[in-house]
Ligand binder design. Structure first.
Ligand SMILES: Cc1ncc(COP(=O)(O)O)c(C=O)c1O
Ligand SMILES: N[C@@H](CCOP(=O)(O)O)C(=O)O
Length: 466
């Protein structure tokens, strides 16, 4: 399998080189040259597989000859072993034909574990084999950071730097990252917002001369193709349990960087019967505005009760554009490089997107109300991001007969502030392995929103460690 850049001007790469490269040299994101296709019969035959077996079945065609089957199976088994639920991604029914897909049973309590525990194992395998030591640099609005740190902290061949927006992640999220005191883990609290962190990471990938000799950057954000690939699996897993391929299943996805819902889009392109994908946004609603009004105006980021989705520039939207514009890298480049006016989709591209996607925006007041209402109705406690997905699904679903699966992207214990506003009497205990989170020592560096200062800080630490 070869991978090509969404901007069309970078060399195509193998799976392994794609995973270890991050951004393409032309600034684009890597996509598989072709997508594996699964027929109805293929999908029906997946019905009896457990999560790990299914992951192997979906991921293997993307990897091709680059890894032996045995190595891939071991990576998958190690990645999902720490999950606290036997089903890995259990489904819970909340109403007639409405389901919650719980994606928070991994070690750091968010859906990011699905791809990042896998990626950590994959990096470990590849880097040991190559004898190479790399620098992982990532941006987080709260969840990618802890999942990436958890996935990479035991890798001898990795130093990991995670940038989070200072004072804009929940305290639980921050402590999950900053209390990991391993020598190869570095947390930077940037005096900016998530978009600033993400821009800094992308700029650093584009020009890596600040790194000591012989070192290069590797990505843990969803610009890394392997992140998207690993997330395709749970769409198949949920749909199979609800009757696919004989039934069509729809999904509602709390959305920020557009990686998670894009994985659902690819599952559909690969043959999974999905009619509707709901883009659920918080007040930072650029994706909702884009789909409903072709309005892609960048507005100032608002700090919300669903902080992980406080994102204005969604990385993976570029991967969708690539597909909507017939995989034409030149067209994507033209769309994204003329910054004199906001992005404007052609009528044809917009119509294609609307065949699959619906969207809805949910503000903080309504998020709190949904958490309260759902708890009163069923005793089920939603995290604020999931509440946005549930509300959006109820507002825009097109079919009451087809199952609607709302992706539960995080455990409510990560966001006690939002839960307290909805249910002041309810305390949510942290899982056993995090019981002492509030007592653990923290280590982080607060840095100004300056690319050169962040890069100098990283270079100094890396040189000192060499
Ligand atoms: C809890 C949670 N929900 C939803 C999202 C949005 O996912 P994506 O960025 O893949 O759209 C994120 C962050 O990415 C998140 O951490
Ligand atoms: N919500 C994310 C933001 C980063 O997105 P990614 O999927 O590109 O890593 C987070 O929690 O950090």
């Amino acid at each position: 399998m070869k991978y090509v850049s969404t901007r069309g001007r970078a060399p195509s790469l193998s799976f392994i080189d794609t995973v270890l490269t991050g951004l393409a040299t032309d600034g684009g994101l890597y996509m598989p040259e072709t997508l594996p296709q699964f027929s109805r019969a293929d999908i029906a035959a997946m019905g009896m597989l457990d999560y790990q077996q299914l992951a192997f079945r979906i991921i293997q065609p993307f990897v091709g000859e680059d890894l032996s089957d045995r190595a891939l199976r071991e990576i998958i088994d190690r990645a999902y072993r720490p999950f606290r639920h036997r089903a890995v991604a259990p489904l819970v029914q909340t109403d007639t034909n409405e389901w919650i897909l719980e994606l928070f049973h991994g070690p750091t309590l968010a859906f990011k574990d699905f791809a990042l525990q896998f990626l950590g194992q994959l990096f470990d395998h590849l880097l040991k084999k190559r004898g190479e030591r790399v620098v992982v640099m990532g941006a987080t609005s709260g969840d990618t950071g802890s999942a990436a740190i958890e996935g990479c902290r035991h890798c001898e061949n990795i130093d990991i730097f995670i940038l989070h927006p200072h004072k804009r992640v929940s305290e639980v999220q921050r402590r999950q990252m900053t209390t990991v005191l391993a020598d190869n883990v570095f947390n930077i609290a940037l005096e900016g917002n998530f978009d600033d962190c993400q821009n800094m990471v992308k700029a650093s990938f584009a020009s890596q001369s600040f790194l000591p000799d012989g070192r290069r950057l590797v990505a843990v954000n969803s610009i890394n193709w392997a992140r998207i690939m690993a997330q395709i699996v749970y769409y198949f897993y949920a749909a199979l349990r609800l009757g696919a391929p004989h039934k069509t299943v729809n999904f509602s996805v709390p959305t920020g960087n557009f990686g998670d819902i894009f994985a659902g889009y690819l599952a559909r392109q690969m043959g999974l019967p999905i009619d509707q994908l709901v883009i659920a946004t918080n007040t930072n609603d650029i994706l909702h505005r884009c789909l409903s009004d072709n309005d892609h105006t960048l507005k100032p980021l608002v700090h919300s009760l669903s902080p992980s989705m406080d994102i204005m520039v969604s990385s993976n939207f570029e991967r969708l554009l690539f597909d909507l514009y017939g995989r034409n890298g030149a067209a994507v480049t033209e769309l994204l490089t003329d910054r004199s006016a906001p992005l404007h989709l052609s009528e044809q591209a917009l119509a294609r997107a609307r065949q699959v996607f619906s969207s809805y925006r949910v503000d903080d007041t309504r998020t709190v109300a949904v958490i309260r209402e759902q708890f009163a109705a069923s005793g089920y406690l939603l995290d604020p991001h999931t509440a946005i997905g549930v509300e959006a699904a109820r507002r825009v679903r097109l079919s009451a007969e087809q199952p609607m699966v709302c992706l539960s992207t995080a455990h409510p214990a990560k966001f006690p502030e939002a839960v307290a506003q909805a249910l002041p009497q309810t305390t949510i205990p942290l899982p056993a392995h995090m019981q002492d989170l509030w007592q653990r020592e923290e280590r982080l560096e607060v840095l100004p929103n300056s690319l050169s200062q962040v890069q100098d800080y990283m270079a100094a630490l890396l040189s000192a460690g060499n």
